[in-house]
Design a protein around this ligand. Structure first.
Ligand SMILES: NC(=O)c1ccc[n+]([C@@H]2O[C@H](COP(=O)([O-])OP(=O)(O)OC[C@H]3O[C@@H](n4cnc5c(N)ncnc54)[C@H](OP(=O)(O)O)[C@@H]3O)[C@@H](O)[C@H]2O)c1
Length: 299
């Protein structure tokens, strides 16, 4: 039987605003101790999407009173030059968080760039030390998108404890860290987690068993209503730009979930845009303030 009422919309814009207001308060409290949290954002090249992300991060920093340090390197930049800059930022006391915007041009190893960042300034949570600590259930920086999904669930009242969470996608930036986060023996976690990917056979068998279903694949509207259990909570991480002649820009964004149909079956669902997306930047700001606090404590 299909639910008569549509799912509750989990409003990422609203929840991210709440998180950012809390960050604003934390920034003000740190300023009373003469600490101004600082985020360095390194952009290599002129990828238009990366430029948009970097601008949004700078705007949010300015709004919250976080110092932002922009470093724009040319597309032809050598790996050595980037690593030298990261070393300078590691040693700069005004910089508490370092973010190297991905993707990097082909001549630079993303792995070497990420590993060059001091783990205590790795506010993106991609350094292997932070990934390992996450897996071990230790204090660490959690990657911003998984942290955003987790916060959305917690703040909208869907505690994953004891629930079957099925994550479709096993990338290092979303699927794997989210699985590690939700399976922890910790408050706000304690889920039973299944991770599906492109080699999963009979995907619907798993997705239909999910109390909480997370789609993080990058395939427009892959998750159809028949793949979702009645009353499930659905988190759509996917961001896909598709042609739309009705829009001035000629395109629009959609997620990995066929929203209209799935919303009729789900208990709650995140929209795209306005769901997970706004949470990612909010978690970056949370991590930056956390880095400033931890670094100040150690000094
Ligand atoms: N909202 C945000 O802030 C935010 C942040 C990050 C990413 N995203 C979006 O989230 C989506 C995923 O990003 P990502 O970086 O994790 O992508 P990714 O690195 O390309 O990983 C995609 C994952 O989905 C799996 N997959 C792809 N097609 C599949 C299929 N047909 N059936 C089953 N599994 C399939 C892949 O399986 P294999 O491992 O087997 O290849 C892989 O594990 C993208 O749309 C991206 O734009 C949004």
């Amino acid at each position: 039987m299909t639910r008569k009422r549509s799912a509750k919309i989990i409003d990422g814009k609203k929840i991210s605003k709440q998180v950012l207001e809390e960050v604003r308060g934390d920034v003000a409290a740190l300023k009373k101790k003469d600490i101004v949290p600082g985020l360095a954002v390194v952009l290599v090249g002129d990828d238009p999407a990366s430029q948009v992300y970097v601008r949004a991060k700078r705007r949010t920093c300015a709004d919250l009173g976080v110092a932002s340090f922009a470093h724009n390197l040319p597309k032809s930049c050598s790996e050595k030059r980037l690593l030298k800059l990261i070393d300078q930022l590691n040693n700069d006391p005004a910089v508490h968080g370092i973010l190297v915007q991905m993707p990097l041009p082909g001549q630079i190893s993303e792995k070497r760039a990420l590993e060059a960042i001091l783990p205590e300034k790795d506010v993106d949570g991609f350094h292997p030390i932070n990934v390992g600590r996450l897996l071990n259930g230790e204090e660490c920086f959690v990657a911003c998108t998984p942290a955003g999904c987790h916060t959305l669930l917690q703040r909208s009242g869907y505690d994953p404890a004891g629930k079957h969470v099925v994550i479709v996608g096993r990338s290092n930036i979303v699927g794997k860290p989210l699985a590690a986060l939700l399976m922890q023996k910790a408050e706000g976690a304690n889920a039973t987690v299944t991770v599906c990917h492109s080699r999963t056979r009979n995907m619907g068998k798993y997705t239909r068993e999910a109390d909480i279903l997370v789609a993080a694949m990058g395939v427009p509207e892959f998750i159809k209503p028949r793949m979702v259990r009645e009353g499930a909570v659905v988190i759509d991480v996917g961001v896909n730009r598709i042609p739309d002649a009705g829009k001035k820009s000629g395109t629009r964004l959609i997620g990995d979930v066929a929203f209209a149909g799935v919303a009729k079956k789900a208990r709650a669902i995140t929209p795209v845009p306005g769901g997970v997306g706004p949470m990612t930047i909010a978690m970056l700001m949370t991590n930056t303030v956390k880095a400033a606090r931890l670094i100040a404590k150690r000094r």
